[in-house]
Every structure is written in C-alpha cells, then in structure tokens.
Design a protein around this ligand. Structure first.
Ligand code: ADE
Length: 264
C-alpha cells in the first residue's frame, strides 16, 4: 500500500521567534491556558533561540563590560546577531522587536499592529543592556512594556506575546471581547460581576440584573468613563470626553454603587 505524503502543516496565524538567554523562563507560560491550546492547535507557533549557542570560546561568554566604564555587563553583539541571522536563514524575515526599558511604550494599538504582522521576533536583553549596534543593525522597533526596569526582556516578551496572541481570532475563545475593547479605546474597562448575587455583604448593581440591555450598555459606558477619570486622568487628557459622553455625564445614570475603599 502506498502511503501519501502528509500535507504540510497549515501556516500559523502568529509566528513568534524568541531570542533569549533564558528560554526556560517561557516553559509554563507557553503551555498554559488559551495560549497553550493555540500552540497545540498550530494557530500560534513559538521558536526559542539562545544567543549563547552562537557564542564562541570555551566559556561561551555572551557579555562584557561597557566601554567608557560603568556598572554591570553588556550583551555582546556577535552572539545576538548570529542568533537573529540563523533564525531568519531558517524560517524567514520577521518584524524584529528589541525589548528595552528605553524603547517606545507598548500599548493596545501596538499589540493590534503586531498581530496583523503575523511573524515577529522578540529579542530579549539581559544584564545592563545590549550593545547598541544590535538596535542599529537589526531592530525594526525598540519596545518597552512600562516605565520600570526588569532584569531582562523575557517577561516583557511574555507580556507582548499574550497581548498579541489574544487578538488572533481563533485564540481568544470569545471574539466579542476584543470587539468590545476596540469600542472603548482610551477608556478603562467597566467593572463586572458574576454569581453569587451577594458576597460578603456586597451585592451587584441592580441595573445589571434588569435585563434592559440598552440601560446596561449606558451604565457601563458611564462607569468606564468615571473610572477613567479617577484612575487614569492621563488617558482622558489624550482622549477627551466626547459629545456623547458629556450628555451621559450630565444627564447621568446616577452612580448608585457605594465606592469601595480603593476608589475613595
Ligand atoms: N527590559 C528591562 N526592562 C524592560 C522593560 N520595561 N520593557 C521591555 N524590556 C525591558
């Protein structure tokens, strides 16, 4: 009996190349939850490549002290460059991100843009930084996940993978969730409740039990707006209150919810 050659696997919808000195950091992260399922299903594919495998010498040293002096060690450019080039020689060009606290801030808009690219490379720094020639020669973008300094780019890469992967249609069990988010750009999410109806003396806002979908939607927009005003005035400054929202605030569905201590 002649056996037919099996067809090539379908292309992943998101293809991620991680360049990291600590590939094991991602072990459980890539196995768990919806991302793990998406990887099992071949919808998301992640390869990990260690620059140390490309380092020369008996000790395979990947770092060195900074020119000009100063604390800490800097990742040498050769093993990182060799890792990037080996990955792309084997699997093709990717949109390359270098993770660094001195990069452009990662946000939902960048997550959406990266999701549409399909093939990404996340280069993780360690130590005090990466020789600047890696950014100059290879990075399409330098990206930071926030104004704090991590010990390396691995956790930042995990954040980016999770935020991007959940925008791939078949990853997030419920696509409506992302559609909802896109309508509320520049506003924090409204609060949500589930069963039981009473928990440790706290109930659930009555409107949510009313079955009146139009009123629920209105109430949620107001909650979202008020929460943004209190917690993230910077967002409100960048995305000013619209005419619609002004009407909502003025005519307002009254806030009947008692403020919890963290909101007072
Ligand atoms: N590496 C260290 N800190 C980082 C940050 N905040 N974002 C991205 N990469 C980093």
């Amino acid at each position: 009996m002649s056996s037919k050659p099996s067809p090539p696997p379908p292309a992943a919808q998101l293809d991620v190349e991680l360049v990291t000195l600590f590939p094991e950091i991602f072990d459980s992260f890539l196995r768990a939850s919806l991302l793990g399922k998406a990887i099992d299903a071949g919808v998301v594919r992640v390869h990990r490549t260690n620059p140390r495998d490309f380092a020369r010498g008996r000790h395979r040293q990947v770092d060195d002290s900074p020119y000009g002096g100063g604390p800490g060690m800097i990742l040498r450019p050769e093993p990182v460059a060799a890792a990037i080039e080996a990955v792309e020689a084997e699997r093709g060009r990717a949109h390359r991100l270098l993770l660094s606290p001195s990069g452009r801030l990662f946000d939902q808009a960048l997550a959406a843009e990266l999701a549409s690219r399909g093939r990404l490379m996340l280069v993780c720094g360690r130590y005090e930084g990466v020789d600047e020639r890696i950014a100059d020669l290879f990075a399409d973008e330098v990206v930071s996940i926030g104004d704090y300094v991590l010990a390396g780019g691995e956790v930042a890469a995990a954040v980016i993978i999770e935020a991007v992967a959940r925008l791939v249609p078949s990853v997030l069990g419920c696509e409506a969730s992302t559609i909802d988010e896109s309508f509320t750009a520049g506003r924090l999410e409204y609060p949500q409740w589930t069963r039981p109806p009473s928990f440790r003396g706290l109930g659930v806002p009555e409107i949510l039990l009313s079955g009146n979908h139009a009123q629920v939607a209105k109430w949620r927009r107001l909650e979202s707006l008020q929460r943004t005003r209190v917690r993230r005035p910077d967002l409100l400054a960048r995305h000013p209150v619209t005419e619609d929202e002004r009407v909502l605030l003025d005519g307002g569905v009254a806030r009947r919810r008692k403020r919890p201590p963290h909101e007072r």
